[in-house]
Structure formats: structure tokens, C-alpha cells
Design a protein around this ligand. Structure first.
Ligand code: FES
Length: 126
């Protein structure tokens, strides 16, 4: 079987293998440095978990329950994302530095639709 022509390594076996199914996401950190991440679409991860896997400065304090806003980011690309749930909207209502393109990373599931996404980490309150 021919292996898929994708960059990066499989998150399961740490090699190039047929299970790889990665998308690319660009993250602009709080110093305006760009990071090109690869995220697996087949591991039920969310964007906050990908930030943390790459050791970006995102706390994810509530573990992805939409209760802390430490995964707050701005969507910079023109992707058609799922509408924010009431829980996400409620948390963003209490967050600092909220903009029209604000989202909680933990509420964005990694799937093929997010390929090429560009996000910027929101400032922290402290
Ligand atoms: S990790 Fe807490 S709101 Fe996203």
C-alpha cells in the first residue's frame, strides 16, 4: 500500500505511516511569531489541545469545558467554522480582549475543514 504524501509523523506510531491524516494550522503567538503546526484529524483533538501539544503558551485550565477562556484565540483566516455554542458565547462574554473573530480553541474540533486555518493567540489578562 502506498503511504499518503503528507508531512510530519504519525501521532500513534511516531513514524510515517498510512494512518497519518494531518492538517496544517498556522498560529501567531503573542510575540507575533508564526508557528506552523500539524494536527491529526483522527484523534478527536481540539485546537487547545494542539496548542498545548506544541507547548504554545496556552493554559487550557478547565480542560476544554468552555469555563476558563485561557484558550482564547482570534481566527484570522476565512474559514467556515461551526457556530459558537451558548456555552462558548457565555464564556467569551466574560473574557477580556474579545473581538468579532474570537473563539475558544477548546471548542474547535480538529477536522479537515480546519486545514490552512490561521489563528492568533489572544492576550492574557495579566
Ligand atoms: S480550555 Fe478552558 S475555555 Fe477552553
Amino acid at each position: 500500500m502506498e503511504k499518503p504524501k503528507q508531512g510530519g509523523l504519525c501521532y500513534l506510531c511516531i513514524n510515517e505511516c498510512e494512518y497519518m491524516s494531518d492538517i496544517k494550522i498556522k498560529v501567531i503567538d503573542r510575540t507575533d511569531k508564526e508557528h506552523l503546526l500539524e494536527a491529526p484529524t483522527d484523534m478527536n483533538m481540539n485546537l487547545m489541545e494542539v496548542f498545548k501539544a506544541y507547548e504554545l503558551p496556552v493554559e487550557g485550565t478547565c480542560g476544554g469545558m468552555a469555563l476558563c477562556s485561557t484558550c482564547h484565540c482570534y481566527v484570522m483566516s476565512d474559514h467556515d467554522l461551526p457556530t459558537a455554542t451558548d456555552d462558548e458565547e457565555d464564556m467569551l462574554d466574560q473574557a477580556f480582549f474579545v473581538e468579532d473573530n474570537s473563539r475558544l480553541g477548546c471548542q474547535l474540533k480538529i477536522n479537515e475543514n480546519l486545514d490552512g486555518l490561521t489563528v492568533k493567540l489572544a492576550p492574557t489578562a495579566d
